[in-house]
Structures are given as C-alpha cells and as structure tokens.
Ligand binder design. Structure first.
Ligand code: NAD
Length: 489
C-alpha cells in the first residue's frame, strides 16, 4: 500500500559535517512521482572544501593509520551499514522505486559487503620482488611499494546507487585514499546516509565526503587540481566528457560505462535453466543493470520455443506492485525522464518493424502510481541486428530476439557492437563453452548463468564500455600507485 511520505533534507557531507546550501533540487519517488527529498547542491565553495578536507585527512589521521587499523575501520563501515540496514533499504527504495525484495537481497547487503570484501585487499595481495644481476656479481633486490593514489573523486550512477558507489569507496578507502563522492542526482540518499555511518564508526573527518548536484558538480570534481583520480560509472557519453575533463590536470581515470550486452541461446541449451537466467538478465531491476541483456541471438531451430517461453516468463514471473509488497519483483524505471527515453525506444521499435511479443507500452493502474515512471517489460522479434533498437543501449526491461544459424555467425553478431561489457551464452556442449567464451569481446562472459559475481574478479568493459578494471587485485592498479625500490646488495 502507498504510505505517507515526509520530505527529507539531503545535505552535503563535508569534513564530517552535514552542510546545507539552501540551493536544492527535488528527489522524486518513481512509484508515484511525489517529492521525497530535497538535496542541497554543492557549488565550487563546497567542492573546494570537500577536496581540502579529503587532502587534510590523507596527509593526517587516515594516511598515518597503520594498514591493519585502517582495514578494521573499513570492516566497521560495512558492519555499520548492516546495523542500519532498514534505513538504507527505505532510502534506496524511495530514490529508485525498486522492490524491497530486490534491494534487500542485492543493493544493501552488496553495498555493505563491498567494505568487507575490500578491507583486506592490500594485506592479501603481495607486490612483486625481483633479484637482479649486476656487473659486480652481488646483485640488487627490486621490490614494489604501494601508495594510496590520493584524493579520489567518485562519480556514480542511479541504477544500483549504494552498491556501485561502495564498489569504489570500499577499495579506495581500504587502500588508504580519501574520497569525494558525487552520487547521481536521481538517487542521492544512501550516499548521504553513509556519512552518518562514517561518523558513528569513528572514521576521521574528511576521509569520506559527499557533494550533491548535477553534471556541473561532477565537472567541478573532474577538473579540480586537488583530486588525484576519478572513478566513474555511468553512460559512455559522460565517460568520454570526463576523460576530456581530466586531461588538463593529468588525473588517472577508471571508467565503467554503458553496454548493449548479447545473450546467445545455442540449439543444445538446457531451456529451463536458460529461460530462468535470461529472464533475470532482461528484466531484473526493470532492465536497469549495466550487465543486463538487451539482444538475444537464438538458434533458428528453437527460436519460436524460446520466444514463447520468454513471454511466459514475463507473463507469469514479473509482478508489478508497491515495493514493500512481498510479491512485487518488478518496479518502475528510475525517473520520468528515463521512462520517456525507454518509451521512445518502444515507439522506435514499431517504426523499425518489430513484432511486439509482450508489453511494448506503459501500464495504467488507475491510482496514484499513474504519476510514477512505469514501463512494461517488453519482448520483440523481427528487428534487424543493425536496427537502432538492437544496437543502442536502452537501459530498460526490453529485449530483441534475433535468430541465427551457426556458431561463427553468432560470434560475429555478438561482437558487432561498439560496446563490450558483458555477454551470456547457454549451451550444454563443454567444447563449445571453451571455444566460444574466449572469442567474445566482452569484459565479463557468463556461461549458463548471469550475474554470478565475485568481487575478487576483474570487472570492467572493453571498447566503449570501459577503461580499466576494478575488483580484487585489479582495483589496485587504480587505487594505488606502485613505486619500485631497488637496493644494491
Ligand atoms: P550518467 O552518465 O548520466 O550519470 C552518471 C553520473 O555522472 C551522475 O552522477 C551524473 O551526475 C554525473 N555526470 C553527468 N555529467 C557529468 C560531467 N560532465 N562531469 C562529471 N560528472 C557528470 O549515467 P546514469 O544515467 O546515472 O547511469 C546509467 C548509465 O550507467 C548506463 O549507461 C549504464 O550502462 C551505465 N552503467 C555502467 C556500469 C558499468 O559497470 N559499466 C554500471 C552501472 C551503470
């Protein structure tokens, strides 16, 4: 049922204090379109203050903390999120409209786990050491020493707000950096709430800072001479803008960007398993997952069966509703602006000759939800592989089914894209598994599954989907700088 909403204030969090600027923007509830909060926009003065606080903490208490003490504190941040699980859950649901069933299993526990997973990253990964020959025969010893990169600007998106922000803040802090976070303007709540946790667990002031606002606030961070590195997740166009913005000050940048991920269903796939995984990959979080599948190539011999079974999945498994209703597993998209973008692709699909097998529009409820940003899960066939709908990122719960005839052809089709984030394919032939997987140009390839994640593994995209890898030891490339020490023996 719909509950009364009290409008919250979302201040910036700078040097351990909550800072209001009085210059606010409204945060809306995607379920109904109501205002749930007012976030205070950070201008140059606030961004400067956040960067200065982060620098002072880096040179002061945080930088001086022994590694084991720092790791303990990063663990404590994760525990602190878990202690306030219900508050984080409520805040995330108000910003995104996603079902509690999803946010309570993915967003909030995943956000907390990001601190635990990365807390010990430095302790667990040794640096290299080489014994080097010298002319006098005595030799030299080379070994690497890791330093924190410095003040890290974190610019994050709205689809998994806490999870994707902490995916960066966790390793950044564990490696001894300090951070200035600019959460998405659409979903600013949980980053703000995390400031309270930082204070509660005794993280020194200035280690974690949050500034709110739109792209302009993000641009103040990317151009700031006091920021040493930018880690960004968001659209490819924004990533490209950021790459240009960091050039004059020569900052390191780690970019996780958009995708148009392919699914492939071979003729020998186990279809019960395939439909379950594929259904999730197309529709979970209302299709707003960067790793989700928006085009599925299905072997021609089983095309009609797979199409029918995916439609049955959408019909029987996806339940619209209020987020706190236990049965709800399908929510709105994040904003009216994003709904309009997704619906524009639904119109375009009709123009490009799609046959709509399921959905294709926006649901009508006859209640206050009609003010929200809902779209129907949608399945198309009949779209050409090179149509705009099958090549551009929609970031909604919609999938184009396209037939193929043989393995070589489908590998070419899957790779025929500017993006290269993820791919998922389904087969029971183990030779095919190892033949096809390495040929796919994607940072992550799932076989007979989707979204099985291990934070220790490399995460990132090829081509226009990303620059750099984060996760486990791979994140050390960005969150630390290694200097080589050479000792003559
Ligand atoms: P977006 O690029 O619109 O915004 C992301 C962030 O960048 C926001 O905080 C925004 O305010 C900020 N921003 C915008 N312009 C800026 C500028 N000029 N300088 C600095 N910051 C700026 O992305 P979004 O709509 O929030 O997120 C959806 C996109 O994110 C999709 O394309 C999706 O594929 C991608 N995504 C990628 C991954 C991944 O890991 N590769 C994960 C999740 C989402």
């Amino acid at each position: 049922m719909h509950k009364e909403i009290t409008v919250r204030q979302l201040p910036n969090f700078i040097n351990g204090e909550f800072v209001e600027t009085g210059n606010t923007f409204d945060v809306l509830y995607p379920i109904t379109g109501e205002v749930t909060a007012q976030a205070h926009i950070a201008g140059k003065a606030e961004v400067d203050a956040a960067v200065a606080a982060a620098r002072a903490a880096l040179n002061g208490p945080w930088g001086k903390l022994p590694q084991a003490e720092r790791a303990k504190m990063v663990h404590a941040i994760g525990d602190g999120v878990n202690k306030r699980f219900d508050d984080f859950l409520a805040a995330e649901v108000l910003d995104t409209g996603k079902p509690y069933s999803l946010a309570s299993h993915v967003d909030i526990p995943g956000g907390a786990a990001n601190f635990a997973s990365f807390a010990d990253v430095l302790r667990e990964h040794p640096t290299e050491a080489f014994r080097t020959d010298t002319r006098d025969g005595l030799g030299a010893l080379n070994y690497g020493v890791r330093h924190p990169r410095g003040v890290i600007g974190i610019i994050s998106p709205w689809n998994l707000p806490l999870l994707l922000m902490t995916w960066k803040a966790g390793p950044a802090l564990a490696c001894g950096n300090t951070v200035v976070v600019k959460p998405s303007e659409v979903t600013p709540s949980t980053a703000t709430l995390l400031g309270e946790v930082m204070n509660d667990v005794g993280v020194p002031e200035g280690v974690y800072n949050v500034v709110h606002g739109f792209g302009e606030t993000g641009a103040l961070i990317t151009a700031h001479p006091g920021v040493d590195g930018i880690t960004f997740t968001g659209e490819t166009v924004t990533g490209s803008t950021i790459l240009r913005a960091v050039a004059p000050t020569l900052k390191a940048a780690s970019l996780e960007m958009g995708g148009k991920n392919a699914g492939i269903v071979f003729e020998d796939a186990d279809l019960d398993l395939t439909i379950k995984e594929l259904g999730r990959s197309c529709f979970v979080n209302s299709g707003q997952v960067c790793l989700g599948t928006e085009r599925v190539y299905v072997h021609e011999s089983i095309f009609d069966e797979v199409a029918q079974r995916l439609v049955d999945y959408a019909t029987n498994e996806l339940k619209y509703g209020y987020p706190d209703d236990e049965a709800t597993n399908f929510g709105p998209v994040v904003s009216a602006e994003h709904r309009d973008k997704v619906l524009s692709y639904y119109m375009l699909a009709n123009e490009e000759g799609a046959e709509v097998l399921y959905g294709g529009g926006a649901p009508k409820f006859g209640d206050e939800r009609d003010g929200g940003s809902w779209v129907e899960p949608t399945v198309w066939k009949g779209l050409a592989h090179d149509s705009r709908v099958a090549t551009e990122e929609i970031f909604g719960p919609a999938v184009a089914l396209i037939p193929f005839t043989d393995e070589d052809e489908v590998i070419k089709l899957a790779n025929d894209t500017d993006y290269g984030l993820a791919a998922a394919f389904f087969t029971t032939n183990s030779s095919r598994v190892h033949r096809v997987a390495p040929q796919l140009e994607a940072g992550i390839v799932w076989v007979n599954s989707w979204m099985v994640r291990d934070p220790r593994t490399a995460f990132g995209g090829m081509k226009h989907s990303g620059i750099g890898r984060e996760g486990g030891v791979h994140g050390l490339e960005f969150y630390t700088e290694t200097s080589n020490v050479c000792v003559k023996i």
